[in-house]
Design a protein around this ligand. Structure first.
Ligand code: ANZ
Ligand code: ZN
Length: 829
């Protein structure tokens, strides 16, 4: 007799056994599988039950792949630089290194309760100098290739965090970390030329056939935001260009970017952004400069988000005394400054066409600028549609009122008009991206030091590679200075150094890298974590890359996933990696919300701790529950009763064990046979279903199939030992501890992890199909293969869709239908 099912006893026992025997380290097999989780930030709060959902899924897949004979790489590590650790340091006056170490220990303990197959020999920590040495090395390679530049452009500044931020760090125009409104602040900073990779980042989403959800690909496409258009020079007139011929000699232009040059005959004004240099150029005597200055001041507080909001009321001020000349018509049009035009997109200036652009339309109505149509549905009706000027006609169409271009389609007109401009050197084709270069400086302490120094005579000089890692020095205060300098600036001893080129005096850069730096390449380091000569050994890189399955939160769609793809492509260009894309398949994990429907948070007091669940119900019950909780990528609410249900299911499996008969299975191999034909068919159906569902990450339906099978086993008089063992193998990715325990109680000496995943025998699956004879008035008209047990309704519908049946039913009235399940349908007409 077996003892009672007691996860408290068996789970720690097997965890220890797996860890000491390193059973999951089977790295010499012919096929490989790299299963990766987005590594956590080890916060002080520890894990709640939402965090492991993705990790459990990855572990289920990893365990199955291992059983299928793959070498499986399944590592874990820590993304430990960043603001929360630093904030905690400021509050508690402890070094972030110390709190990070403590938090990691806690996370690791929590994770190890759950029975994951991580290879802890490959553990990495982004704050470990031996790790960030290579983060700094990558930065230096970027620097050496001219992809890093210094800039003083206004950037996003979080007044609370007192640091500059990249666009990717904002959420709805607010600081992603603390929720503060973002200001624009001019600041000296290092920027990485990510835009140089914009086209490839876009192109390879499809070209490399990434198995990612369409929604994440689409978010990346939108973030990159490629748009094809035309740059056009509008000469500036202080009334000194009375006719078209002279404008070509003018040096003074407003250059605009438009995707709709075809609408230019309808341009009735030009708008510049409040940041546009024209306004600050004294050469143009703007007569209402005081009013303009005030307006610009008033726009400073607005976030980019607000300025972009199409529904917001438009504001602006006309620049008196200057006008712009439409190069096609020679006509002078007013120039406005308005904040719906952004300073950092395109040229920061637009030609406004109220008849065909909604924002321009709203602006024109408010400021009483004329609306002139230049594109219509067709030459006549188009004009009529627009006569009332009720709204902008934003679609492509046929050109009207457009001189020699009238009658062309928008598409043709864009080509011809761009050519017209090129000939006169007044314009050219242009591709623009919404993507910005990556603002890479943070004015904070807890990050990787940027390995550059400024020499009085040589300028910016990289730290020699052999001196890496450039370690983060100890400081007295972690407080941000708020001046654009990081706390590192105060450590004179560290800042003062010698130029490696000329030996002269030099000062180190005191900014640090953003939180996203270390996570942009970590998946490579797991492959070769202890290499002190290279970032990664090329042979090993080829062996393991790309990542076969990457699981993580959808909130990383445009941050981490874009940065990592960018760095990966750069590493490809400098021959560090051999693949163009790092992550072949991406699965995003839906959130687990608290039972009150809110996000789990200390603030709401609704956090469920996985340690508690493990203590009360066992890790296996928790693992099963999290995988059973609805479709994997959907967000779902927590319900502890569900864990109880899973515990009961496992107890049922436990109780099956003593009933196992030693009668031999008669079907060959690990090909199971149950005592009844029915159970046998169900077993193979279950093997097929569980195999396919794990592959498709439909864990919930895989578990349902296991439950149905266990119920049937319970009802059966006896169950063959091999069949029961097959069940254990199928169950083991989800509930590895109980599977291993029952496996060993069956007398098996080796770990269940070294078994082979069962294959469904198609012989038993065939029974599922039935051939149904279709008759009309008793005459055979067709044969249909249908799923066994299909309903009369389904079979009738399928029969009626058959061409050979259709023609007999077309003009007839069906009086009766005779239906014999899985055999026959006879339409009596
Ligand atoms: C004239 C025009 C007429 C436009 C028309 C549209 C419709 P994408 O690239 O797809 O976002 N634009 C250009 N620079 C801008 C800036 N800095 N701030 C705000 N708006 C800007 O859209 C490009 C279009 O957005 C451009 O084409 C320009 O308006 C506007 F019937 O030019 B269009
Ligand atoms: Zn902030």
């Amino acid at each position: 007799m077996h003892a009672k099912y007691d996860p408290k006893k068996i789970e720690p026992k097997w965890q220890k056994e797996w860890e000491t025997k390193k059973i999951y380290k089977q790295y010499d097999r012919a096929k490989k599988f790299y299963a990766l989780d987005m590594f956590p930030y080890p916060s002080g709060a520890g894990l709640h039950v939402g965090h492991p959902k993705g990790y459990i899924a990855t572990d289920v897949v990893a365990r199955k792949k291992q059983l299928e004979g793959y070498s499986v790489l399944h590592p874990m590590g820590w993304d430990a630089f960043g603001l929360p650790a630093e904030r905690f340091a400021i509050k508690s006056k402890t070094h972030p290194r110390i709190s990070v170490r403590k938090n990691i220990a806690n996370f690791k303990k929590q994770l190890s309760n759950l029975g994951f197959t991580y290879d802890w020999d490959r553990e990495i920590n982004t704050t470990d100098p031996e790790y960030y040495r290579w983060t700094q090395w990558i930065f230096l390679q970027l620097f050496k290739k001219g992809l890093v530049y210094e800039s003083e452009e206004p950037i996003n500044w979080c007044p609370t965090c007192q640091t500059g931020l990249a666009n990717e760090d904002l959420e709805d125009g607010k600081c992603e970390v603390c929720g503060s409104e973002i200001e624009k602040k001019p600041l000296r900073q290092w920027v990485i030329r990510m835009t140089a990779y914009a086209d490839r980042l876009l192109h390879d989403l499809d070209a490399e056939q990434l198995d990612w959800s369409e929604s994440i690909k689409e978010q990346q496409r939108n973030w990159i935001g490629r748009s094809e258009g035309t740059l056009i020079k509008f000469p500036i007139s202080n009334n000194q260009f009375p006719n078209n011929s002279q404008i070509q000699n003018s040096q003074d232009f407003i250059e605009v970017f438009t995707t709709r040059v075809d609408t230019i005959f309808g341009c009735t004004y030009v708008v510049v952004a409040p940041e546009h240099q024209l306004i600050f150029n004294d050469q143009f005597s703007i007569s209402n400069s005081e009013e303009v200055r005030k307006y610009i001041e008033s726009t400073k507080k607005k976030t980019e988000q607000e300025r972009n909001d199409a529904s917001r009321e438009k504001t602006g001020v006309r620049l008196e005394g200057v006008e712009a000349v439409n190069p096609f018509t020679g006509e002078s049009v007013p120039i406005y400054v308005a904040d719906y035009v952004l300073g950092n997109y395109g040229t920061g200036a637009v030609m406004a066409v109220p008849a065909h652009d909604e924002r321009d339309f709203a602006f024109a109505k408010k400021y009483d600028v004329s609306v002139r149509q230049s594109v219509g549905v067709n030459e006549e009706s188009g004009i009529k549609n627009q006569a009332e000027n009720m709204e902008a006609f934003v679609e492509d169409g046929i050109l009207v009122n457009s001189g020699e271009f009238t009658g062309l389609s928008s598409q043709e007109a864009r080509e011809k008009m761009t050519a017209w401009l090129m000939k006169r050197k007044l314009g050219k084709k242009q591709v623009n991206y919404k993507l910005r270069d990556w603002v890479f400086s943070r004015q904070r302490y807890w990050g990787e030091p940027i390995p550059l120094m400024k020499c009085e005579s040589c300028g910016w000089v990289p730290v020699p590679e052999k001196e890496l890692p450039l370690k983060l020095p100890e400081v007295k205060s972690y407080e941000p200075t708020g001046t654009g300098e990081s706390p590192l600036a105060s450590i004179e001893k560290w800042v003062k150094t010698k130029c490696p080129v000329c030996g002269g005096a030099a000062r180190r850069e005191n900014n640090t890298m953003p939180q996203w730096a270390g996570s942009s390449w970590y998946y490579l380091r797991y492959i070769d974590p202890n290499n002190s000569k290279k970032l990664i050994n090329p042979k090993k890189e080829k062996e393991w890359m790309p990542v076969d399955l990457y699981v993580g939160g959808a909130e990383h769609a445009t941050r981490h996933l874009l940065y990592a793809r960018f760095w990966h492509k750069f590493l490809y260009d400098i021959s560090v990696v051999s693949t163009k894309e790092p992550f072949k398949r991406l699965a995003h994990v839906g959130l687990i919300m608290a039972s009150d429907g809110r996000k789990m948070s200390k603030r709401w007091g609704n956090v469920v701790n996985p340690d508690d669940m493990v203590r009360r119900f066992g890790a296996d019950a928790l693992r099963l529950y999290e995988m059973f909780l609805g479709p994997f990528s959907q967000s779902v609410s927590w319900n502890t009763d569900g864990v109880v249900g899973m515990r009961r299911f496992l107890e049922k499996v436990w109780r099956l064990a003593p009933a196992i008969s030693d009668q031999q299975s008669v079907v060959s191999g690990r090909n199971p046979k149950a005592e009844s034909g029915k159970l046998n068919a169900l077993l193979h159906k279950t093997i097929k279903k569980v195999s396919e569902d794990i592959e498709g990450m439909r864990f919930n339906t895989a578990i349902s199939a296991l439950m149905i099978f266990v119920n049937e086993m319970e009802k059966a008089e006896s169950v063959a030992r091999e069949d029961f063992e097959t069940l254990l193998i199928l169950l083991s990715p989800f509930a590895p501890h109980i599977a291993e325990e029952l496996w060993s109680l069956q007398g098996n000496k080796a770990s269940i992890m070294l078994e082979r995943w069962p294959k469904a025998n198609s012989k038993f699956l065939k029974e599922e199909m039935a051939e149904v004879v279709i008759q009309v008035n008793g005459k055979l008209r067709a044969r249909l293969r249908v799923l066994a047990g299909s309903s009369q309704e389904d079979v009738e519908r399928m029969a009626q869709e058959e061409e050979s049946v259709k023609k007999y039913l077309a003009n007839a009235v069906v009086r009766k239908v005779i239906f014999v399940p899985d055999r026959l349908v006879n339409f009596v007409v």
